[in-house]
Design a protein around this ligand. Sequence first.
Ligand code: APR
Length: 265
Amino acid sequence: MEEQIRKAAGLILNSRYTTAFTGAGISVESGIPPFRGNEGLWNKYDPRFLEISYFINNPLESWKVIKEIFYDFFGQAKPNKAHLALAAMEKKGLLGKIITQNIDNLHQEAGSVEVCEFHGNSRRLVCLECRRKYPSDGMSLDHLPPTCRECGGILKPDFVFFGEGIPQGAITCSYDAAGLADVFLIIGTTGEVMPANQIPFIAKSAGSKIIEINTEPSNFTGSITDVFIRGKAGEVMQKLAIELFTASLDNDKDGINENFEVHGQ
Ligand code: APR
């Protein structure tokens, strides 16, 4: 693993623009289960509760499950070392943008600013009628389904349900960040879900080197990945950050502590 981490750090330090692409695996060490696999959410919950047509016809039934998964349980999750390392890389000028498929807001909580939310964000609710948006932590979920203060319409989490399109802003943000990249860092995604799984191919076609961190090989590993680092996102990113920041400290003398907070900016 050490050799792969040194290779990855070398690529990032010499890159003009590095983009990260993250999936559920990056949040597993924060206590959020992935979607697929034995421990995956789709083994425990029926994905139809997240189909837009089902939600529109049965908002109460959908909301009961949504509240349990995304607000009661995941709402307590905190960013882990992988999220913090990416945020520190951005502050140090070593990372351009993060494209995330995750809706848990943990990149933003870690301090990342440039984040393309490809599948939206559970920390916002949107009115199905007037499209007004609300921060979820200001809304009570005691009475379901929650409704819009302005028009009384049903509120839906502002993430992409099955059967919904990807928001145009998220597509532009993500495809631009992939096309710009000369290094593309994939962390914790199987690459099973369209159209998100096309994004790494945009980067590859634009000539980017692909680094991948995952506990298992993914759909990208045997096809487009140049440097595969097998391991848990938090553990690998901590090692990668130490390698990157030690190298960049040789140049600028900035300090960084063990929580990846950058000083001397
Ligand atoms: N560190 C790194 N990778 C991990 C870890 C870990 N600690 N734990 C699991 N993984 C890897 C798994 O090996 C798998 O490849 O993370 C990946 C998780 O894959 P999925 O559960 O399929 O999640 P993701 O690829 O993000 O799913 C994409 O599917 O249902 C939808 O909209 C949902 O955004 C989601 C999309």
